[in-house]
Design a protein around this ligand. Structure first.
Ligand code: SF4
Ligand code: SF4
Length: 284
C-alpha cells in the first residue's frame, strides 16, 4: 500500500469537461463527438461538487483546464463556471480554457476573461475550417489583452504534425506485453504524464478511457479510474487508487497498461508519418 503521508498527489493537468456539444464535426475527433448524442451540459452545482471532491483527494494541480469533450464556448454558463473554478485558485498554479475558436465570444464571457486576464490562458485552436470566425476570435482576444495561445493545426509546422486515429473503440487483440509497450510509448504517458480528465466525477488518465467509459464502450474497467464522488469509499482509498494509476507503468509485466489501451490504436505519439492525418477534416 502506498505511503501517502509522505507522498503528494499532484497532477500536471486536470481537465473538467463542461459540455459534450460541438459546432464542428471533425472526422477524427478523439472524443468521437460527432458520432454520439451529447450528454447534458455540466451544471454549476456539478462543477462545484466535482472540484470539491477533486481537491479533497489531490494535493495540487498544476493546470486546471475547463474544456469539452465538445466546444466549451457553447456552454451558456461558461463565465459563471470560470468564476467558480477561480474560487479554487489556491489549489492550482495556472488556469486554462480551451476553444476551437469558431464560436462568437459573448460580451459576458469577454468581461470574465478580462477580469482574470493575468491568471488565465485561452488555448485557441486554429483548424482553418472556418477561418473568418477564427480570425474574429483571435482579433478579439488580442484587442482585449487576453493571454492566449493559438495552436495551428494545418499547413507547415502544425502542432503534433497532424492528428492520429485512435480507432473506434473496437477491442483490438493485443498481448499484455504489446499493451505495456503501447502504454509506455503513448504520448499521454511519455510526454504529458497523464491527460487527467473528468465529466461526471470519474477521474480518468486519458480521453479514450474517459470517453469509452461514459459511452459504455469499454466495460469491466473499474481499475482504470477513480470515482471521486463515490460515497462508499474514503478519501484515503481514492488517493491510494489514484496513486496506483499514477504509477501504473511500474506494474507487473502484462498489467502495466489501462484496460482502455485494449481498445485504442496506440498511435498517439507515433513517429510514423503515415499514421498522421490532416486535423479537423469535417464530416459531410
Ligand atoms: S472541434 Fe472537432 S475535435 Fe474538437 S470536440 Fe469538436 S468535433 Fe471534436
Ligand atoms: S488508451 Fe492507452 S494508448 Fe490509448 S491514449 Fe489512453 S493511455 Fe494512451
Amino acid at each position: 500500500m502506498a505511503d501517502l503521508d509522505s507522498e503528494k498527489l499532484i497532477l500536471g493537468k486536470l481537465t473538467i469537461i463542461i459540455t459534450t456539444r460541438c459546432n464542428l464535426r471533425c472526422k477524427l475527433c478523439c472524443e468521437s463527438v460527432p458520432q454520439y448524442k451529447p450528454f447534458k451540459d455540466m451544471t454549476l452545482e456539478e462543477e462545484r461538487e466535482i472540484l470539491d471532491a477533486a481537491f479533497n483527494i489531490l494535493d495540487r494541480v498544476e493546470i486546471l483546464h475547463l474544456s469539452g469533450g465538445g466546444e466549451p464556448f457553447l456552454h451558456p454558463l461558461l463565465p459563471e463556471m470560470i468564476d467558480i473554478a477561480m474560487s479554487y485558485s489556491d489549489k492550482f498554479d495556472k488556469f486554462m480554457v480551451f476553444t476551437n475558436s469558431t464560436v462568437p465570444i459573448s460580451d459576458k464571457l469577454m468581461f470574465t476573461l478580462k477580469k482574470y486576464r493575468k491568471n488565465l490562458l485561452v488555448h485557441a485552436s486554429q483548424y482553418n475550417v472556418r477561418p473568418e470566425k477564427e480570425a474574429v476570435t483571435f482579433r478579439l482576444l488580442a484587442e482585449n489583452g487576453i493571454n492566449h495561445r493559438i495552436i495551428k493545426y494545418f499547413g507547415d509546422e502544425q502542432d503534433f504534425g497532424g492528428w492520429v486515429d485512435f480507432g473506434n473503440y473496437r477491442h483490438l487483440d493485443k498481448s499484455g506485453a504489446e499493451l505495456d509497450k503501447q502504454f509506455k510509448n503513448c504520448a499521454v504517458i511519455r510526454d504529458m504524464h497523464g491527460n487527467w480528465r473528468t465529466r461526471d466525477g470519474t477521474l480518468h488518465l486519458c480521453t479514450i478511457s474517459q470517453r469509452g467509459n461514459e459511452l459504455g464502450l469499454i466495460k469491466d474497467n473499474k481499475d482504470d479510474f477513480v470515482d471521486m464522488l463515490d460515497k462508499n469509499s474514503s478519501v484515503q482509498e481514492k488517493r491510494e487508487k489514484l496513486f496506483r494509476l499514477t504509477r501504473l507503468q511500474g506494474a507487473a509485466p502484462g498489467r502495466a497498461h489501462l484496460k482502455a489501451c485494449e481498445y485504442c490504436t496506440g498511435d498517439h505519439g507515433t513517429d510514423d508519418a503515415s499514421k498522421r492525418h490532416p486535423a479537423a477534416e469535417q464530416e459531410g
